[in-house]
Design a protein around this ligand. Structure first.
Ligand code: FAD
Length: 282
């Protein structure tokens, strides 16, 4: 089912997974999917390795979500290191298998890759390409705190608008921990006359080390009070602090009328399940 159509009727709940690199890790994902399926997600998404490094596995797991688990999948697809021909091949496969949703991304240029002959430079070009050939419902990435490469928040919104004008149907945000940044982002979106619904990306914190690694990668900030509360804590205490924080964060977002919550599960179910249960979602 098209995510854009679901969003017209209701607030969405969704889970993000990554394709396991090793066969021995597949069992973890199987278990996670089995547990989280109980909460009736509106869709699940499968990430695409940098530069398409997990291309085949991403397609395989996207199809598994649909055919083996009966879930509504969205495949992440990056374009920066891809040719139109290779994107076409993937899109034809997904279309032929009845997958209706794609998260259209630029991705990051792999090391040693020349910028000279890129067929896609930005995500909006992938959105345009997909929209002009197939009928997918297309999501695009949004950055409440700005994309790390962008010169200003205003420019970032300008480029986000290009993705929506090119045919993007909805926006899924980068993880964030400060709802204030998300609400400011929504204000900027409204001012730019972007009408697409915005789904909030939520990452339950499992440890200070883990969250710092992700934040370094994507440029999100962690509120000082949260950092302080996690410092020197045991694994168990960090888990509890992280889950309690996410419950409060999601609860405030739900009260504000957020269009959807997208959980970055990292292929683990415990924290996401605890949050979903506490909020009586699903
Ligand atoms: P774009 O929208 O193209 O933007 C990239 C940069 O270029 C930004 O700084 C933007 O401001 C600028 N820009 C955009 N258009 C123009 C223009 N016309 N002229 C000049 N500058 C412009 N990465 C993966 O590899 N695999 C994944 O599965 C994956 N999933 C993700 C899921 C979500 C929800 C999010 C938020 C990110 C995900 N990413 C993933 C990361 C993403 O690929 C990177 O953040 C990447 O650097 C940017 O991708 P984009 O689609 O936002 O690019």
């Amino acid at each position: 089912m098209k995510i854009s159509e679901i969003l017209e009727r209701k607030r969405t709940i969704s889970f993000e997974f990554f394709p396991p690199k090793k066969v021995e890790n597949e069992e973890t994902l199987f278990r996670t999917v089995k547990v989280l399926k109980k909460y009736k997600p509106d869709f699940v998404s499968i990430t695409y390795g940098a530069g398409g490094s997990t291309k085949d596995k991403t397609v395989e797991w996207t199809l598994r979500m649909k055919n083996q688990y009966g879930l509504n999948p969205m495949m992440h697809l990056t374009c920066i290191a891809s040719s139109k021909e290779s994107i076409k091949k993937i899109a034809e496969t997904l279309n032929g298998e009845g997958v209706e949703n794609i998260l259209a991304l630029r991705g990051d240029l792999p090391e040693g890759f020349s910028r000279d002959k890129l067929e896609f430079k930005y995500a909006y070009q992938l959105v345009e390409f997909l929209k002009s050939h197939w009928g997918f419902s297309i999501g695009v990435a949004g950055y409440p705190e700005g994309h790390p490469e962008s010169s200003s928040l205003e420019k970032d919104i300008e480029y986000l608008k290009m993705k929506i004008d090119a045919g993007g149907d909805f926006i899924i945000t980068q993880l964030f921990f400060d709802n204030g940044k998300f609400f400011d982002f929504l204000d900027r979106i409204e001012k730019a006359n972007i009408k697409a619904p915005v789904i909030a990306g939520i990452m339950p914190i499992l440890s200070l080390k883990q969250v710092k690694r992700f934040v370094d990668m994507c440029g999100a900030t962690i509120p000082e009070s949260l950092v302080k509360s996690l410092e020197g804590k045991s694994k168990e205490d960090s888990y509890k602090i992280g889950v309690d924080y996410a419950i409060k964060q999601c609860s405030e977002l739900l009260t504000s009328g957020v269009k959807g919550l997208h959980f970055y599960t990292l292929n683990k179910y415990n924290a996401t399940e605890d949050i979903i249960k506490a909020l009586s979602l699903g």
